[in-house]
Every structure is written in structure tokens, then in C-alpha cells.
Design a protein around this ligand. Sequence first.
Ligand SMILES: [Zn+2]
Length: 478
Amino acid sequence: MAMAKVFFSDLKTGRCSSVVEARLLRFWEARNVKRGGELMWMDLLMVDVNSTVMQVTISAGRLPQFREILRAGTMFSVSGFDVSRCAQNFRLTDSSLMIRFNESTSFQELTEPDSPLPDEAFRFRNHSELIGLANTNTQLPDIIGEILSVRSTICDPPEEKNRVMVTLKLDSDETVTLSFFDAQAVAFHKQLETMRVDPKVMVITSINPKIVGGRLFLNATSGTHVYFDKKTRAGDALFYKLVARDTGLPSAAPLLRSYAKVETMTIADLSSFIVSAESQEIDFLCTGKVVRVDMEKGWCYVACSKCSKKLQRTESAFTCGVCNNPHAVGALRYRVEMAIADDTAEGTFVWFDGVLTKLHSIRASEAAQMLAEDGVNPEDTRLPPFIADMEGRTYTFQVRVTAFNFTEHHKTFTITRIAEDHGRLTEDGVGSDGDGDDDDDNPNIKTPPAADDQGGTSKARKKTDAETSNVVKKARAG
Ligand SMILES: [Zn+2]
């Protein structure tokens, strides 16, 4: 008794006992990150003779029964399953339905299908379609493009948080940035490393488009698969198109570049780097012109001479919350925010004490004395002229990106070193932080910038003469 054969497009919600012949395109695990990565189910994408793609889900409990026979590219006959509606978000297919295996599902490998089944199926979207989908979380489309560059944070051995960014040129000549995170980033990095020749073409599936700061970014999802060059028909076609256009010149540099060394970055790239909520500490080299100095944020603060954190003023003394010392000794330190721009973008950069002291060969406490006014706390005096003069100048500097840069409301970059004549760092300028007098140059000053913004209003800074002289004395001591 042969069961009726149907197509994916015939399916209706409810239990189905008909047979569908289809090819398994790809599959991946859905894990619950909130519960220690517990396996929840397996997602499969299958395509039938009409090129209709259907999402198939096998729950973790039923998976052992099928796990062994799951192989991408294999054809199956499927019967006895439930059909239900897809979730509205993060859709993997054009169909609004999906298949769930149940206790009576038969899933048999098939060598001779009734009709030839397609080898592949993608939902490619172009640049403007991706922009339309961005931030809607409705669809996880596929893309194809030419690989222009790959940047990776992965070192050997890989650390905990990882990221790889691929710049791709789409058909429209628009470029997009695609990011992989953590385990997927490591896997991608390793895959590229083992390839003897840099690939030219990438097909990437189930990506989530986002617009951040007016730019389109594509993030990999757990369902993302990568196919290089001729691994797919679509890739093969683009590959030969590119080869035909090739100038025959040897490629300039290996594709895979690591962020691990101090590398030059545009400010736009720097901003795109922090799009992800998580990352690690990493240094880049930027060149930009100071557009303006943010006077509102002041130019210095009273820091604990032990731990460098910002001190809290009490009636007669300074308190360090970190050292738990109600009578901390204060020292004036620079902290200046500036808008710096290059051809690509503008960003907010913070200069800390060590780097400004080095640049101007004058300590914050000395500057404060030069500018001393009666009844004004040093941190409330006008901007030192040599800092105001930085406006309009171009600097090459090293930037440290830390978890700090990744908060929703505060996007600043910390300048940790300055190149003496622009374009080149001094010998001791790159690399280790180990040169003695610099260890007070802590870029991670744990005065949360947000707290600064809220707490340190100038109103709270009006002080008596007695307190002011107190400050200056302590500042001198530091
Ligand atoms: Zn302290």
C-alpha cells in the first residue's frame, strides 16, 4: 500500500501521513545559551522537487533516532509528521509552515527519487533588500559576495571572546560587513587558515541584518553556514565571473588578517568593530583630526593617588570608594574628551593622564597651577591653552577598545599612545605597557564614564576657598 506522495507546498497544518521526497540541505543544533548550552532541538532545511524549502525540527528527545543518518546533501523520503506554523521571527524559509517529527515519523534515505531533486536552494537578498530587512528580525536571508578582506581577533590559542569580520562585495558593488562570534568565529578562522589559497567567493546562509549608526551589518546566527568558491553552483558562477575579470596580478596579501597586532583602522571601522556587545581588549592605530574638544566634560579630575580612580569630595576630605579610604590623597589627572574625525567617520575619544602628560610635557597639576583662579577647583578651571590648541590638529594614536566601549549609552575610545610624528609610533610606543612611569596610564580607569556624566555636574563642584586650597595642596603632593 503506497502512501500518497505530496509536495511541501501541499502541506496543511496538522498531522500528515503522506510522503515527501526531499534533499537535506543543511542542519544545525539549537542550544539554549541560558541553560548551559543545553541541546533543545535540531533544525533542518530540506528542499523538494519544486525547490520549495521547508524547515524541519527534530526535538532533542527524538534526535538519537535520526542523528546518525543526517548528512547534508542526502535525499530522504519523509512521512508521518506534524505540520505547524513557523514562528513569525527569524524565518528561515519563505514558507509559513514547518515540519516537526513525531513518534511515528519515518525518515528513510533515498537513492532514487521519483524526480531529480535540486542540489541547493538559497534565499539570496541584495543590498537594498537587506536594508529593508534590517532590524526587523523577521527573516534570516542568505547572501553571496566577493570576499575583500577578513579581520580576526583570534589568537593562538583562542581566548574566550572572539570575532571575525568579513568585508564582502555584493552584486551591486556595495560592500557589507559580516561578523562571526566566538565558536563560529574560531571555526571560520581555522577553516580559512587551512585553505592553501585564499577563497574569492562566499555564500553565507541565515544571517541577521542590522543597521547600526546608519550602516548595514550582517551577523551570523546559529543557522549560518558558509560555502566558499565552487562549493555551490551559485558560488561557482560568481567565482568564474571574478576570475574572468582578474587582472592576473598576484594578490597583495593573505586574506586573513588578525587584529591581534596593532593595526591601522579607520574611525568608521573602529565604530563598526564595537557594534557587537561583547569583545575583548584590543589595540588599533588611528589617524584623525581633532574636530572639537568637549569642554563640558572638563579636562582633569582628582584621582586617588593609590588606585587612580576618581575621588568623591566630602566636606573636608576626599573619599576613595575603591580603596575604602575616607581620607584619600588626591592627585590631579588629565581626562579630556574630544571629537576626532577622519575621512570615514567621527568618534569620541578620551585622552587620559599619561598620554597627555607625555604629549605636552606638563603634568595636570602643573597646568592647574598655571591656571589657578581663586575659589575655583582646579578641575573647573578653563581648558589649558595647549589642550584647546589641539583642535584642528591631526594625530596618529593608538586606541584601546575594551568592554567599556561596548555599553549602549557610552561609545568612547581610549587613546593610550600617541605617535610623535604622525604616522609612526615611537619605539616604546607600541606593545607592552611595561615602561615604568606609564603604569599610572591606566586606560581602564574604572571611573565609569556614565557615572561621570551623571554625577560630576558643575553645580556639584562649587566649592569654598578652603577646600580649593586643600585640593591644590593635595594635587601638588601627587
Ligand atoms: Zn583609591
